[in-house]
Ligand binder design. Structure first.
Ligand code: OAD
Length: 238
C-alpha cells in the first residue's frame, strides 16, 4: 500500500543551480565544475588513491567559496514556506545555504563540505566549517582525513528516507538540478500523481512526467511560487 499523502507537506529537491546566484558554480552548465575539472581525478575513490592532495585542494577551494557565499532569494523563499507548511529539503548540494537561509529540515544526500572524516571502515566525522583539510591531518583512528562528500561510485545517503518524504508530499519543487546523477534523480519518480509538481531550471535532461517545467532563474521563480503557495495555504479548503 502506498503511504498517505500529507496535504500540508512540501518536499524541495535541490541541486547546484539553486546556489548559482550565490556565486557557486554548477557542475554541467557552461562554466560548470566538470567542464574544468575531471570528476575521475577529484571526485572518485580512484582519484583519491592516486592524488589525494589534488582532491583536498579541489574541495578546500569549494569549502572556502561556500563558506563565503550567502543564501539567495531562492533559499530564503524555500525557508519561508515553513510559515505554513511542513517542508523537507532534500539537497544534492554540499553547501549549507539552505540551513543558513533558515530551513530547519535539510537532508544532504551527497554529503557536506563543512565536515571531514577518516578513511577507515568506521570513521569519525568532524565539523571543520570553512577550514581546509591538509595532507597528514589524521582522524582519531590514524587515517588521513578526507572531505565528507559522496564521490562517484560511493553510495548516496538517506535514499529510502528521502524517497518516503517525496512519496508523502502534496507539493514537490525540484530546483536547480539537471537530474543527471542517479539515484538522486530517480527520487522524482516517487512523487504522487495528485501532488503539485514543479521543476525550476534553465535546462534539464528530460522534465520528469507530471512536472510543470518553469524555465528561468531560481531567484525569480522560486520566490513567486512560494508567495502563491503561502496564499493557497491561507485559503480555507473547499
Ligand atoms: P548540474 O550542473 O548537473 O545542473 C545544474 C542545473 O541547474 C541545470 O539544470 C541548470 O539549468 C540549473 N541552473 C543553473 N543556474 C540556475 C539558476 N540560476 N536558476 C535555476 N536553475 C539554474 O548540477 P546538479 O544537478 O546539482 O554530485 O548535479 C548533481 C550532482 O552532480 C552534484 O550533486 C554532484 C555532481 O557530480 C557529486 O559530486 C556526487
Amino acid at each position: 500500500m502506498k503511504p498517505e499523502v500529507q496535504p500540508n507537506k512540501i518536499v524541495v529537491l535541490s541541486g547546484s543551480g539553486v546556489s548559482a546566484e550565490s556565486g557557486l558554480p554548477t557542475f554541467r552548465d557552461s562554466g560548470g565544475l566538470w567542464r574544468t575539472f575531471s570528476w575521475q581525478e577529484v571526485a572518485s575513490p580512484e582519484g583519491w588513491k592516486l592524488r589525494p592532495e589534488s582532491v583536498l585542494a579541489f574541495y578546500n577551494e569549494r569549502r572556502l567559496l561556500a563558506w563565503q557565499a550567502r543564501p539567495n532569494a531562492a533559499h530564503t523563499a524555500i525557508a519561508s514556506l515553513e510559515a505554513a507548511y511542513e517542508v523537507v529539503v532534500i539537497t544534492q548540494n554540499v553547501d549549507e545555504l539552505h540551513e543558513r537561509a533558515g530551513s530547519s529540515k535539510v537532508i544532504h544526500v551527497h554529503g557536506e563540505l563543512a565536515y571531514a572524516r577518516g578513511t577507515s571502515e568506521t570513521p569519525k566525522r568532524y565539523r571543520i566549517d570553512g577550514n581546509p583539510i591538509s595532507m597528514g591531518q589524521l582522524c582519531e583512528d590514524g587515517t588521513q582525513l578526507r572531505p565528507d562528500i559522496v564521490w562517484f561510485g560511493e553510495e548516496m545517503r538517506f535514499f529510502e528516507e528521502a524517497r518516503m518524504h517525496v512519496a508523502t508530499a502534496a507539493r514537490v519543487l525540484v530546483v536547480g538540478t539537471s537530474l543527471s546523477v542517479y539515484p538522486a534523480a530517480s527520487l522524482v519518480k516517487a512523487a504522487r500523481g495528485r501532488a503539485k509538481k514543479v521543476l525550476v531550471a534553465f535546462e534539464v535532461n528530460k522534465p520528469p512526467y507530471g512536472f510543470t517545467f518553469m524555465r528561468g532563474k531560481a531567484t525569480e521563480i522560486v520566490p513567486a511560487l512560494a508567495t502563491t503557495w503561502l496564499k493557497e495555504a491561507a485559503q480555507p479548503a473547499g
